[in-house]
Design a protein around this ligand. Structure first.
Ligand code: UFG
Length: 319
């Protein structure tokens, strides 16, 4: 397959490209490099440096594609509350431009990068796909809006899609690692502190109703996440009708404090902590029930142990 990967120069996108190429597919990375990195684009992939709202570039890139993996998006919860227009424009308007270009060029298979943020403050854990979606910020809202648009596009236009609701992506592969500016995600922040690049880690709240008072999340290795995109594409090509899937390792998740303990042990370094106030919009616990994708697509996490996930992210960082 010739697969157009929007956001293919980003953290997860570059992992997806790696998986696609390793499985013998061709990849065209389409990225405006707003957050992505040119050197994250795999040398064996084609690269189009353009925005999704650049209609000419988009139509040129999409003609001849068999399928699309759409990851290009803004993805910071806090920023989305401050600047909803930015999120609606990029995550919804630009997404629809992509879906319409697909219709025009007869490209019928799309894998969409969605998020656990579509669930908002879930009433129960682990979260199942049938649980209510009630986003509490524009980031989750715009991702859900596009998921919903895709359902209608499927019914009316035959554009079949699978939305993957990521929980907490972490870890690195030989080619892809997390390099956000500024970095806000827990695992890279903690490892930056271990490497001495920042003085300390602030824990955003230690008074949550969890065993140690800090938030619990479901960390999934980026290569396991990436492989799910490949399985989703294969399923669409084999006639899968489309739908949404949770993507996490499940179990009981790991608290912020547990992540820090694991990072201390993996790096062998001290990590200074400060307990700060809660970060607005953080649910206490987010853990996936990923039975549906295991059953339907045969997906299984290979790097489930948090130590291995953290170790993979530490390797390229260690001084
Ligand atoms: N945290 C800290 N200190 C930090 C950074 C994070 O205590 O310096 C805590 C957060 O408060 C949270 C946990 O670590 O409890 C994980 O935070 P991340 O920012 O790494 O990840 P989130 O769970 O907030 O966000 C992830 C994705 C989002 C997605 C969200 C779904 O990165 O894109 O899950 O709710 F929207």
């Amino acid at each position: 397959m010739r697969v157009l990967v929007t956001g293919g120069a980003g953290y997860i996108g570059s992992g997806v490209v790696e998986e696609l190429l390793a499985s013998g597919h061709r990849a065209v990375v389409y990225d405006n490099l707003y957050k992505g990195h040119r050197d994250a684009v795999h040398p064996a992939a084609e690269f189009v440096h353009a925005d999704l709202l650049d209609a000419k570039a988009l139509h040129a890139a999409i003609s001849g594609a068999d399928a699309v993996v759409h990851l290009a998006a803004h993805s910071l919860v806090g920023e989305s509350v401050q600047e909803p227009a930015k999120y609606y424009r990029n995550n919804v308007v630009a997404g629809l431009a992509l879906a319409d270009a697909m219709r025009e060029h007869g490209v019928r298979w799309l894998v969409f990068s969605s998020t656990a943020a579509v669930y908002g403050e879930p009433a129960k854990q682990p979260i199942e796909e049938t649980d209510p979606t009630a986003p509490t910020n524009p980031y989750g809202e715009t991702k859900l809006a596009f998921e919903n648009a895709l359902r209608w596009y499927s019914a009316a236009y035959g554009l079949r899609s699978i939305s993957l609701r990521y929980f907490n992506a972490a870890g690195a592969t030989a080619r892809c690692r997390e390099r956000h500016e500024p970095e806000t995600h827990l695992v890279p922040v903690v490892l930056q502190a271990a490497a001495g690049r920042i003085p300390e880690v602030t824990i955003f709240g230690a008074d949550y109703p969890t065993p140690d008072g800090t938030c619990v999340r479901d960390y999934i290795h980026v290569s396991d996440l990436a492989r799910a995109h490949l399985l989703a594409l294969q399923a669409l090509a084999a006639g899968h009708a489309g739908g949404s899937y949770n993507l996490g390792c499940g179990g009981s998740g790991y608290s912020v404090m547990q992540v820090i303990e694991v990072a201390r042990s993996v790096s062998g370094r001290d990590i200074r902590l400060r307990i700060g106030p809660r970060r607005p919009g953080d649910p206490a616990v987010l853990v996936a029930n990923s039975q549906r994708i295991m059953r339907d697509l045969g997906w299984r996490p290979r790097l489930q142990d948090l130590r291995e996930i953290v170790r993979s992210a530490w390797e390229p960082l260690k001084p």
